[in-house]
Write a protein that binds this ligand. Structure first.
Ligand SMILES: [Zn+2]
Length: 349
C-alpha cells in the first residue's frame, strides 16, 4: 500500500475514534446526576447546572438590583434558574449558597446584612427555600451559608480536595469563615454559622471600625473594603480620591510604592494572626484563601506564611499545627459548586 493512502486511512480512523470517544463522553455526561445550584450575593446571582463530579455544564450570572424590592429580586433569582432548567429539564434538585445570616435547616434567611431595599429597609426573616421552590415549579431547594458552601466545594473539587481538616477565609467585601473537621462542616450553636470575621484581634483599635459595631475585628482589617479604608486613612486621602480601589492599590504596590507596600505588609501580619487563632481552635491542615482580595495574594501570601510559621514555632513538635496556606483554585465558582455539593448530599441522604 502506498505510504500516502496509509496515512490517510490512519487519519480517518483516528477521527472516527475521536468521534466515538466524544460520543461516549457525552453519553457519560448525560448519565451523570445533575443539580441546579445558586450562589446568591448582595449584588449578583450566579446559577449553574453542575454534575455529580463537579463539572459546570451551563451557567448564568446576573446583576441583581436590590433597590427594586424583594419581589423583583426573587423574580430575577427565579428567572436565572428557570432559564437553566428549560435547557436541562431532567434536573430535579436545587442547592443554594447565600450570604447570611441564615438558618440552613429551616431554609430561611435571617435578616441578611447586605440585602436591603432602596429605602435601606432590611428584609427580616425570609423563607427563601420555600419561595424559590414555588417559583421553580415545586422542585426541592436546600440552603447553605456561602462560606460553608465554599469550604465544602474546596473539599470536594478545589484546593482542599480530599483534605478532611480544612478551612476557608473568604476575603471579599466582608470576611467569611468556613471550617471542616474530620470531613464534616463545623457549625456554631443556635443553628448558626461561625462568624469568624468578627473575632477581635486588636481590641479597642478605633482606627478599625467594623460593620458589626465593634472595633478591631478581623473583617475590619482584612476585607477588601476595610483595606481600602485603611489605605485612605494611612495616605491621608479623601473619600472618592482615585487610586484607592483594592485593585488599584495592588497595582500601586506592584509598581513599588513604599507606603502601599507597607500596607500589604501589615495585611500579611494581621492575616497570619487571624489564621493562627483559627489554627489553635480547629487545627486545619489546609487554609484556603478565596474572595476577590485573594487575587492580590502575590503581595501578602509569602509574608503571611512566614509570620504564621513564627507564631506557630512552638506548635510544630509532636503534632505539627502549621497548615498549608493556599489560594482557591475554583476562581469565582466556589459558591455554586458548594450549592451543588449540598444538593447532592440531599440526594444521597
Ligand atoms: Zn465585626
Amino acid at each position: 500500500m502506498p505510504k500516502k493512502s496509509r496515512t490517510k486511512k490512519t487519519k480517518s480512523s483516528s477521527r472516527v475514534l475521536r468521534k466515538s470517544a466524544k460520543r461516549l463522553t457525552s453519553i457519560q455526561h448525560q448519565r451523570e446526576k445533575k443539580v441546579l445550584a445558586y450562589d446568591i450575593g448582595g449584588t449578583k446571582v450566579h446559577a449553574a447546572i453542575i454534575t455529580e463530579k463537579g463539572r459546570v455544564l451551563d451557567e448564568v450570572r446576573v446583576s441583581v438590583d436590590f433597590s427594586k424590592g424583594k419581589a423583583e429580586v426573587f423574580r430575577q433569582w427565579i428567572d436565572a434558574g428557570k432559564s437553566l432548567l428549560q435547557r436541562h429539564p431532567e434536573v430535579r434538585h436545587v442547592g443554594v449558597a447565600s450570604a447570611g445570616p441564615l438558618d440552613p435547616a429551616k431554609g430561611r434567611l435571617l435578616d441578611p446584612t447586605n440585602f436591603k431595599d432602596a429605602d435601606g429597609k432590611t428584609w427580616g426573616v425570609v423563607p427563601i427555600s420555600k419561595l424559590l421552590s414555588r417559583g421553580l415549579g415545586g422542585i426541592p431547594v436546600v440552603l447553605e451559608n456561602d462560606a460553608a458552601a465554599a469550604v465544602m466545594a474546596e473539599h470536594w473539587v478545589g484546593a482542599a480536595r480530599g483534605v478532611a481538616d480544612g478551612m476557608i477565609l473568604t476575603l471579599g467585601t466582608g470576611v467569611g469563615t468556613g471550617m471542616m473537621v474530620d470531613g464534616k462542616l463545623v457549625r456554631a450553636g443556635k443553628g448558626l454559622h461561625t462568624e469568624g470575621g468578627h473575632m477581635i484581634i486588636r481590641a479597642g483599635d478605633v482606627s478599625a471600625i467594623c460593620g458589626c459595631g465593634n472595633h478591631g475585628c478581623i473583617e475590619s482589617y482584612l476585607s477588601g473594603r476595610s483595606f481600602e479604608r485603611r489605605a485612605r486613612q494611612a495616605l491621608r486621602a479623601k473619600e472618592g480620591d482615585a487610586g484607592f480601589s483594592g485593585q488599584e492599590l495592588a497595582e500601586r504596590a506592584r509598581a513599588g510604592e513604599p507606603e502601599v507596600r507597607a500596607l500589604f505588609e501589615e495585611y500579611a501580619e494581621l492575616l497570619a494572626v487571624a489564621i493562627h487563632n483559627f489554627v489553635v481552635l480547629y487545627a486545619p491542615k489546609t487554609v484556603v484563601l478565596a474572595g476577590s482580595f485573594a487575587n492580590a495574594a502575590d503581595l501578602f501570601l509569602e509574608k503571611t506564611r512566614t509570620h504564621l510559621e513564627e507564631l506557630l514555632v512552638r506548635r510544630r513538635h509532636g503534632v505539627d499545627f502549621l497548615p498549608k496556606v493556599v489560594v482557591s483554585s475554583l476562581e469565582n465558582r466556589a459558591g455554586v459548586l458548594g450549592g451543588a455539593f449540598v444538593a447532592f448530599q440531599q440526594i444521597i441522604c
